[in-house]
Design a protein around this ligand. Structure first.
Ligand SMILES: Cc1ncc(C[n+]2csc(CCOP(=O)(O)OP(=O)(O)O)c2C)c(N)n1
Ligand code: SF4
Ligand SMILES: [Mg+2]
Length: 279
């Protein structure tokens, strides 16, 4: 893992599209870039097949722009809308069977520690609410109980977006969806609260309406996972297609949620806070 993943062989260098040449010359691989620098460097994700106004694609863009070492990061995904954007991102990526992401990430992180004992290799799970709160909940929790040094990021659109609108454990109580016509019967699963008591050293709840907070959370979470323990970020990424609001209202919807049940919250252990203060 290094910038070798993007560097073309000499014979092909001139044949590659300008887009790609820009990535090699002006990507975020060589000096640290963050949310504040958006617009001044070639992002590792730009084009994607998501619907207009998709909160998930915005969440992925913000996460991708905040990775402390993109060339030394592996993102682990699973089926869901996020997968379509992530496979077009210039970062090491592996998909998993639905829900298995934290088990795969745990094994990969351990293997990378053995293979590269003197280097940091960041393993980041980036998947939807269904992948974490429903099918993958047991494997997610057990990776936290075992204190695996992996960062888990949920892009929470409160629905199974990719499969046409089934309710997820993270859908709000009463939410009517294409395939939940009478409304969801029980409240959101408190995954953020679970993270705090299950071994995470750092956890943040945030929305895409606060990009700087997302950026800081991603960076802190990845740094803490290098040395201290598991970290979790839950980002509200509203889905206009399934929650049925106009695609130009995504940020407004996120901002409203932020004033209400999706208020920003940060949890950090003393050990993690001391570690970040020393960096
Ligand atoms: C084992 C398994 N069960 C079901 C599916 C079908 N499936 C694909 S994506 C998905 C829902 C994804 O929902 P979520 O994780 O919330 O992601 P979103 O599409 O909303 O971003 C399901 C049920 C699958 N691929 N594999
Ligand atoms: S269905 Fe929703 S989450 Fe999926 S790509 Fe469309 S807007 Fe995004
Ligand atoms: Mg979802």
């Amino acid at each position: 893992m290094s910038t070798k993943i993007i560097t073309p062989v000499r014979e092909f260098a001139d044949l590659l599209p300008q887009e790609y040449q820009d990535l090699v010359a002006r990507g975020p691989y060589f000096e640290p870039k963050g949310i504040e620098d958006l617009g001044t460097f070639k992002e590792i994700i730009e084009e994607h097949p998501h619907c207009a106004g998709c909160g998930v694609s915005l969440g992925i863009r913000l996460v991708a722009a905040s990775l402390p070492s993109p060339a030394d990061t592996v993102i682990i995904g699973t089926p869901g809308c996020s997968f379509f954007g992530l496979t077009q991102t210039a970062v090491n990526y592996s998909n998993t069977a639905f829900g298995n992401q934290n088990a795969v990430a745990s094994g990969l992180k351990r293997m990378l520690r053995i293979r590269y004992p003197d280097q940091h290799k960041d393993v980041v799970v980036l998947v939807g609410d269904g992948g974490i709160a429903d099918i993958g909940l047991d494997l997610t929790l057990h990776s936290w109980f075992r204190r695996e040094k992996v960062t888990t990021i949920m892009v929470d659109n409160e629905v199974y977006g990719n499969t046409g609108g089934q309710e997820s454990g993270m859908s709000k109580q009463g939410q009517v969806l294409n395939m939940a016509p009478v409304g969801k019967q029980f409240p959101k699963i408190p995954v953020f609260e679970m993270a705090k008591v299950s071994g995470c050293a750092y956890a943040v709840r945030v929305t895409v309406a606060s990009p700087r907070k997302v950026g800081r959370a991603v960076r802190n979470a990845i740094l803490v996972a290098r040395e201290i323990g598991p970290t979790y970020i839950q980002i509200y990424t509203p889905c206009p297609t399934n929650l049925k609001f106009p695609p130009n209202r995504t940020l407004e919807v996120a901002r409203e949620a932020e004033k209400d049940y999706y208020a920003y919250e940060e949890f950090i252990t003393e050990e993690a806070a001391n570690y970040l203060a020393r960096l």
